[in-house]
Write a protein that binds this ligand. Structure first.
Ligand SMILES: [Zn+2]
Ligand SMILES: [Zn+2]
Length: 449
């Protein structure tokens, strides 16, 4: 595991959560590949030799994890480790242990179960009566896998390299540590960074990590908390507006375009300006002007199927929005009257919003929603793409709209590195260094191990 606030001087080993307690797994099936060698160790470190191509089925029986190897029950233990005997085994596409049915996109609208191939070792433990699966591996191998999981296989080198530097910095800055209670450095999903082992690994991602080995972004003698997201919609947001904390010098709004770019809506300091910006498709690095929609598919990771990142639309009928907000906010409303912006950030992202509604008794009330995360969670069955949106209503009788049209920009929180924008920069020929310094102004690129 990583040690908080310490800049490592050699390559660290990571613990990555693959199956979490919230997945509620009581069984896991894992296949041993044809190479290299593995062994199985129990809680007392007793060794069971494994053969290549063995199939292991783990399940919880009477508070221990039982294991069946090739349909033969073996024994039970409180924990198991499938240990790779050559920690720096060759990294190749679909190399390593195959784990069946892992959850990808937990809690998001693209949630699904996929089979993943994992480098390194895998440990299984029981937490709250269900299985926890942890992948233990050197950070550079993890980064090779993250680079390809986040983006598709056709990415230009400067994108893969910049993405790897960002992921390494974020990981080593180690600010969030969302799963410290489970002794994990990160989980495998978008809650931390998406990791699907070697499942989609390509030579490009391996080269991306090797070419940037040990390189991170530094500011004020610390590794940068290098946040990133899918698409900014043309301008990024400041750290304080999204995460509600003290400002961070290198996480300030950046217009995602060359210095020569100008747009009459900028700065987005009024509702009119935000409306003008979102109604337009400005020629920024992440816009369809730079990367046409039908070409995007070549560059995207395999889990995302939707292609509408830069500008998007959602229409809710009165009945749908009332049902949604009654469920999310426990309003007991008869009708929704308005969704009003109260405060926006530099990129038009809503920081505070107000819902006006009519109660079942016919009274008019309003409720405030704070925080872009809560706004996104509230206004979609699962999660709205971003909080940078405007609302157009279709008028109905007695001041009750027939429908609400949400028109928005970007996908994600909008702070730091814009992945689609970085792709646009790489396609335009910008260097790896130019890309990372564009999104984290004032930081420096440095090799630490
Ligand atoms: Zn996580
Ligand atoms: Zn962008």
């Amino acid at each position: 595991m990583l040690t908080p606030n310490v800049i490592p001087d050699k390559e660290p080993i990571l613990n990555v959560g693959i199956v979490l307690p919230e997945d509620q797994f009581t069984e896991i099936r894992i296949e041993i590949p044809s190479t290299p060698e593995y062994q199985l160790t129990d809680v007392k470190n007793d060794i069971l030799n494994l053969k290549n191509c063995d199939v292991l089925k783990f399940g919880i029986t009477e508070k221990v994890i039982s294991v069946i190897i090739n349909d033969k029950p073996v024994s039970g233990s409180k924990s198991w480790t499938i240990k790779l005997l050559e920690p720096y085994a060759v990294m190749a596409n679909k190399s390593g242990l195959k784990v069946n049915g892992v959850v990808a996109g937990r809690g998001f609208h693209w949630v699904k179960n996929i089979d993943v191939y994992l480098p390194g070792s895998v440990e299984l433990r029981i937490v709250d009566g269900v299985l926890l699966a942890v992948n233990i591996l050197p950070i550079e191998q993890y980064l090779m896998c993250v680079a390809t999981s986040e983006m598709g296989a056709e990415c230009p080198p400067a994108l893969t390299e910049s993405q790897t530097i960002v992921a390494r910095s974020w990981m080593l800055a180690n600010i969030e540590m969302k799963h410290r209670n489970l002794q994990l450095d990160v989980c495998n999903d978008d809650c931390c960074q998406r990791y699907q082992g070697t499942t989609y690994l390509n030579d490009e991602a391996v080269r991306g990590a090797l070419n940037t080995y040990g390189k991170v972004l530094i500011a004020d003698d610390k590794i940068c908390d290098a946040r990133y997201f899918k698409s900014c919609g043309g301008i990024t947001e400041s750290f304080e507006n999204v995460f509600g904390d003290e400002p961070i010098s290198y996480l300030q709004p950046v217009v995602d375009a060359p210095d020569s770019f100008s747009h009459e809506a900028l700065p987005l300091d009024s509702e009119e300006a935000v409306r003008q910006w979102i109604d337009d498709v400005p020629d920024t690095f992440c816009s369809p002007h730079t990367i046409p929609k039908n070409e995007m598919i070549k560059y995207l990771g395999s889990v995302d199927v939707e292609g509408e990142y830069f500008r998007w639309n959602f229409r809710y009928t009165q009945k749908e929005i009332t049902a949604l907000l009654n469920l999310k906010l426990d309003l007991n409303a008869r009708a929704i009257i308005a969704i009003n912006p109260l405060q926006r950030g530099y990129s038009g992202r809503l920081i505070r919003s107000e819902i006006e509604y009519q109660t079942k008794d016919g009274e008019q009330r309003s409720i405030e929603i704070k925080d872009q995360y809560v706004i996104r969670q509230t206004l979609h069955e699962l999660f709205l793409y971003s909080s940078a949106f405007i609302v157009n209503v279709e008028d109905g009788e007695g001041g009750i709209p027939l429908a609400f049209n949400l028109k928005g920009a970007g996908w994600g929180h909008g702070v730091g590195y814009c992945q689609i924008g970085a792709l646009g920069m790489a396609l335009k020929g910008y260097s790896t260094k130019a890309i990372v310094l564009h999104y984290y102004p004032g930081s420096q690129l440095k090799k630490i191990y």
